[in-house]
Design a protein around this ligand. Structure first.
Ligand code: ZN
Length: 473
């Protein structure tokens, strides 16, 4: 199954095509892969693994994915050295569940991780898998849900969750990209002579969109002249209007919010590129396996859902960037449909490590099966018991909301924006039946069987803070 994400405009589509052509040198044929002839001589130590996850970043707001604004010059340059996966999907529209799948290679209904749970110590995440093979493991995280004593630190030699910044409208701490990169550089220097697995989580595009004075004006000049005034919601939901925690003064213009989201991306991009530059200075860039992705996207008005995530399973929230730079430098663009659970097996394969247990995903450097079933789960607590499941397979996507016994069906080739629900169309009766069976079958498969979920002891204050994140009602 292969399809293109739908760019926002004709201009975006042209730009994406230009990117793919120039980066592939292969007359527009995709998927493409070639090897750089300038691979550095490998050092005695094994490749470092650097996993960069950025919060709340839609793939289609990056230049290298065809966006019309220059939001990501640094990431675009990195993409030119790397394999760019045009069709990657996350397994959840919220942070904890999504990242648990990235780190473990298993699905949200198996990891059982949500923003309210403590991650099970039985979950075999990448740091636990790599440590026995001589890897030092370090993490620098910048989102409150990764605070200490919630299980995320398990397996890391050093786990840096120092967040001292305060965001507008929210009482929770966070860390801005400048400081995330600064800490990452400290660890890179400290463990320079050892094999290192480093997980970095950047937080900046997550609302409220406050990019700082230097970046705030960057994209205001090309916003549309006619304002589109939105409602301001009383709660943290993005349904039908601006979530309370996103309020930017008295401004309720849709275009202003998008410009500020884009400026947050540009701000983070500067410090992510600084990280790449320092890796080059330290002579670590060429031989490292570097993986860049986002935990989930963000609603930008599609489906009447604004500047939020966590409440739907549409592509605006699950289609994410995935850019992989291999040691030695394979580069190009790939249209294969891939998923976050492919990241763990890709890391292990690149290091020639055979895990003691079977992983669900596949090695992104190998051949990727065409008949994949890509699963996602939404469980946010915004509305009690309102869970959603989705399955993407054979070019179609089914979404189930059990609370309302509701199903939706979309054609991913013709309708990537999911505006034309086919569920009640007679021509799709058999497909609907088949997709329901496949979704149900996948949900019944639990390869981990971790047992009871531990929510730890959430204090009143922690619950209050999670509410301001928009994840708990
Ligand atoms: Zn997130």
């Amino acid at each position: 199954m292969k399809f293109n994400p739908a760019p926002e405009s004709g201009l975006s589509r042209r730009k994406m095509l230009k990117y793919c052509m120039s980066s592939s040198l292969a007359a527009g044929l995709a998927p493409v892969l070639w090897l750089s002839g300038c691979a550095r001589r490998r050092r005695a130590k094994g490749p470092d693994v650097i996993l960069i996850v950025i919060d709340t970043l839609r793939a289609d707001h990056l230049g290298c994915y065809g966006y019309f604004r220059n939001t990501s010059p640094g990431i675009d340059r990195f993409a030119a050295d790397s394999l760019l996966f045009e069709n990657c999907f996350s397994h959840a529209p919220s942070t904890s569940a999504s990242v648990a799948s990235i780190l473990s290679g298993f699905l949200p209904h198996e990891t059982r991780v949500t923003n309210k749970t403590v991650m099970s110590k039985k979950l075999r995440t990448l740091p636990l898998l790599l440590a026995p093979h001589g890897y030092r493991t370090a993490a620098v995280v910048s989102n409150y849900v990764f605070r200490e004593k919630r299980g995320w630190e398990t397996g890391f030699d050093v786990y840096d969750a120092q967040m001292k910044g305060r965001e507008l409208n929210r009482s929770i701490p966070e860390r801005i990209a400048e400081h995330t990169t600064d800490r990452a550089v400290k660890f890179l220097k400290k463990f320079r002579k050892e094999n290192l697995f480093l997980w970095l989580h950047y937080q900046d595009p997550h609302g409220p969109y406050t990019p700082g004075a230097e970046f705030a004006e960057l994209f205001k000049s090309n916003i549309e002249k006619k304002p589109r005034i939105l409602e301001l919601n009383e709660k943290s939901s993005g349904r039908g209007g601006i979530p309370q925690y996103q309020k930017l003064g008295e401004n309720r213009d849709f275009h202003h919010y998008v410009s500020q989201y884009d400026a947050e991306i540009r701000y983070a991009d500067r410090h992510i590129e600084r990280l790449f530059d320092i890796l080059k200075e330290l002579q670590l860039y060429s031989d490292s396996l570097i993986i860049f992705t986002a935990d989930h996207g963000e609603g930008m008005g599609e489906h009447d859902y604004y500047f939020a995530h966590g409440e739907y399973l549409y592509n605006t929230l699950t289609h994410v960037p995935l850019i992989v730079k291999y040691p030695g430098g394979s580069a190009g663009a790939k249209k294969d449909v891939v998923e976050h659970i492919d990241i763990a097996p890709t890391v292990l394969k690149a290091l020639n490590i055979t895990p003691a247990h079977n992983l669900r995903g596949c090695d992104l450097a190998g051949s990727i099966p065409a008949n994949r079933e890509i699963f996602a789960k939404m469980e946010t607590g915004m509305v009690k018991d309102n869970i959603k499941y989705s399955l993407l397979a054979d070019g179609f996507k089914i979404i189930n909301t059990p609370l309302y016994d509701r199903y939706e069906l979309y054609d991913m080739q013709k309708d990537f924006g999911e505006e034309n629900d086919l569920i009640n169309k007679t021509d799709y009766r058999q497909l609907r039946k088949d997709m329901k069976v496949r979704l149900e079958r996948l949900l019944q498969q639990d390869l981990l069987k971790l047992g009871k979920v531990n929510t730890g002891e959430l204090s009143e204050e922690e619950l209050k803070k999670l509410k301001t994140l928009g994840y708990v009602e």
